[in-house]
Design a protein around this ligand. Structure first.
Ligand SMILES: Nc1ncnc2c1ncn2[C@@H]1O[C@H](COP(=O)(O)OP(=O)(O)OP(=O)(O)O)[C@@H](O)[C@H]1O
Ligand SMILES: [Mg+2]
Ligand SMILES: [Zn+2]
Length: 648
């Protein structure tokens, strides 16, 4: 058979094989097993405090190795960085929770409850923590040891009898918390004749699939959910073998609580479960033990992270008897992001992992535009009139908005704390886009088509009433008028130039030279002819006109520009369009006006001649080559902008 693999492909194949081999070697090397005596001798004495870490300390160490602190000392976790966007406050709070809990604060004895709207990233957040723990347990720093065969993979130091624990503390400087589980107690008697030094110990690796250090519980049907799912039950098939229902070896230790021991227990939709479950879990976090059947208390150390949505939470709050329970939880809100740029990153992530999307070209604003719509639905109408929605959307994305001081967006958000807790979810948007793709069979989706797809989804949504539908359709209009129009006009205008950036910079330099000369009252020397002439006041005014600088305001505007230019010069920076937002607009508009005739040609001639067609196709090509369009969306954009201009 002919070998059809490309050299590139086979190179990658080689590399992957190498990685696999390295991976398996690393893992084999890291294994350890032996008796408790050998464990103390060879493993424990090298790192007593590492080995006796609690689940909170362990997780905190994992987060720390994955993280780095910013200027303010706040630790950011790399674990979340490329996966979760626009919810930094939530992540900071989560990190702080583990920091405090591992420092011994009371919060470690409370259950962590993630509260947020649907599809807001709660599950993703917990998944990342789980994956982080799994990986960490494979590192040297994250080595975790357990009694071999123990259903809760408990710490080997539990084997040290109470009478010897004070001496243990003096010797190693660490405290032992926790009791041997009933299962190990029985085994020690039967298998090691009571000699705890012989009990087998091994290194364990956290693994959700292997049910070690990670447990997940999701109520299928709250009414039939049995507490046995969490803590196990008598295993009738084994009762005969051990002769006694009370023998821990005849117990089925399959509950999620046991699997999660030493690590993390995720409770999905926790407020849907029976009250009985909740009490058990709250006791577990507070006292670190569970009571089942005829056994004494079973010591279990794990971090419980639960999640719930707002509707469920509000219902829960209404029952007064729940107040005491609330006291025993730490609540972290997981809202939707309010930055459309971050929101668009979520769509990018979700679309790039789907085959259907990968085959489709999206114009460069499609996702941002959908994101603007999503943020608009999440905003809360505040009392302040100045905070009109479109402005807020821009401020929340970190853009400068004229007339609004920096830092105002935080204050605005503080006045409307419910923002981000309702509105459109990322999933709604992605579903709308998927529908558009499958229905049209298109290989290319433009921003306008995305808006139409969203409109369809809104109108066919059975859960929404007419008023809300109308409101959301209005948001689509705002998104188009206040965002898309601006973006697409800028693209098309820039594409009218061979090198827009260069021409803009030249124009800016000319403006600066002329301003300089007028302020100093001197002549300008023509670079080509060498002739001296007066500064070109008409040119200056026609630029300033574009941003409505009045005749009386022009001097102070020019002085400010020169000041900024000087500042940049002193710092050794180039004064460019990005250095001055207002001048940026002015220069752009000035240049655009010069080239408008080309756009007029697009619409004015029904049967364009060869020369016109040529001019238009050059612009389309630039849109495709430099601004991220394909031929379909470039043509649409060009037509759209010409229509806009005709309306101006
Ligand atoms: N802030 C975000 N950053 C990155 N991805 C996000 C974000 N929010 C949601 N997602 C993505 O949206 C999808 C749904 O999120 P996830 O399932 O984590 O939400 P959830 O809060 O658990 O929802 P539910 O309440 O429906 O269980 C996931 O694919 C997730 O990656
Ligand atoms: Mg979820
Ligand atoms: Zn045990």
């Amino acid at each position: 058979m002919k070998n059809v693999t490309s050299p590139d492909m086979s190179g990658r194949h080689e590399n992957f094989l190498k990685s696999l081999v390295a991976f398996s070697q690393e893992h084999r090397a890291a294994q350890w097993s032996g008796g408790f005596g050998a464990f103390l001798e060879t493993i424990f004495r090298n790192d007593p405090s590492g080995i006796t870490r609690s689940s909170h300390e362990y997780t905190w160490d994992m987060i720390r190795t994955e993280g780095c602190a910013d200027d303010k000392g706040q630790l950011h976790c790399r674990l979340f960085e490329d996966e979760l966007y626009g919810i930094d406050d939530t992540l900071d709070r989560l990190v702080d929770y583990f920091k405090a809990a591992s420092a011994g604060s009371e919060v470690g004895r409370r259950l962590l409850l993630l509260l947020g709207p649907p599809s807001g990233g709660k599950s993703s957040l917990v998944i990342l923590l789980k994956r982080g723990l799994e990986e960490y347990s494979h590192t040297d720093a994250g080595a975790l040891y357990a009694i071999h065969g123990c259903p809760v993979h408990e710490s080997p130091v539990h084997l040290v009898p109470h009478t010897l624990r004070p001496q243990f503390r003096q010797t190693y400087g660490v405290e032992i918390t926790g009791e041997l589980c009933p299962y190990c107690v029985t085994r020690m008697t039967h298998e090691c004749s009571g000699d705890f030094m012989q009990m087998p110990v091994h290194r364990v690796f956290i693994s959700e699939a292997g049910r070690v250090g990670v447990g997940t519980y999701a109520p299928h049907d709250p009414t039939t959910a049995d507490i046995a799912d969490l803590v196990g039950s008598v295993d009738l098939s084994k009762v005969a073998e051990f002769g006694d229902e009370g023998d821990p070896r005849a117990w089925s230790w399959s509950g999620a609580v046991y699997a999660a021991s030493r690590g993390l227990l995720e409770m999905i939709e926790i407020l849907k479960v029976k009250r009985e479950f909740l009490y058990l879990l709250l006791t577990l976090t507070q006292e670190k033990n569970v009571k089942v059947s005829r056994f004494p208390l079973i010591y279990v150390d794990e971090t419980i992270i639960a999640h719930t949505n707002l509707a469920e939470f509000r219902k829960f709050l209404q029952e007064s008897e729940n107040e005491a329970l609330l006291d025993r939880m730490v609540i972290i809100q997981v809202p939707y992001t309010l930055s459309y740029k971050e929101e668009a990153k979520i769509y990018r992530k979700l679309t790039s992992s789907t085959q259907a999307f990968r085959e489709v070209h999206l114009d460069p604003h499609a996702l941002h535009l959908a994101a603007v719509f999503a943020i608009l639905t999440r905003l809360q109408e505040g009392d302040d009139k100045e905070a009109e929605p479109a402005k807020k959307v821009r401020l929340y994305a970190g853009e400068e908005v004229e007339g609004v001081p920096r830092g105002e967006s935080e204050k605005m958000h503080a006045r409307t704390p419910e923002e981000g807790l309702s509105g459109v979810s990322p999933r709604f948007v992605i579903n709308a886009l998927s529908n558009a793709i499958t229905q049209s069979q298109a290989r290319s989706l433009t921003s306008m088509e995305v808006l139409l797809a969203l409109k369809d989804s809104i109108e066919s949504d059975a859960r929404m009433d007419a008023t809300k539908k109308r409101k959301w359709v209005d948001f689509l209009v705002i998104a188009r008028k206040d965002f898309y129009n601006r973006w697409v006009k800028e693209d098309v205008h820039k594409a009218l130039f061979v090198s827009f950036e260069q021409e803009a910079q030249e124009l800016l330099n000319k403006y600066l030279d002329e301003v300089d000369a007028t302020l100093d009252n001197r002549q300008v020397k023509d670079p080509i002819t060498g002739e001296e002439r007066k500064p070109d006041e008409r040119f200056l005014r026609s630029v300033e006109d574009k941003i409505k600088i009045s005749d009386s305001g022009k001097i102070s505007f020019r002085q400010e520009v020169v000041r900024k230019a000087m500042g940049a010069y002193k710092r050794g920076e180039k004064f460019s369009l990005d250095s001055h937002a207002q001048l940026h607009d002015a220069v752009e508009q000035y240049l655009f006006e010069q080239r408008r005739d080309v756009l007029r040609l697009v619409s004015s001639t029904t049967r364009p001649d060869e020369e016109t067609r040529e001019k238009i196709s050059v612009v389309e090509k630039r849109l495709a080559d430099e601004y991220g369009y394909d031929s379909h969306s470039a043509r649409e954009a060009l037509n759209y902008v010409t229509t806009l201009l005709a309306q101006e």
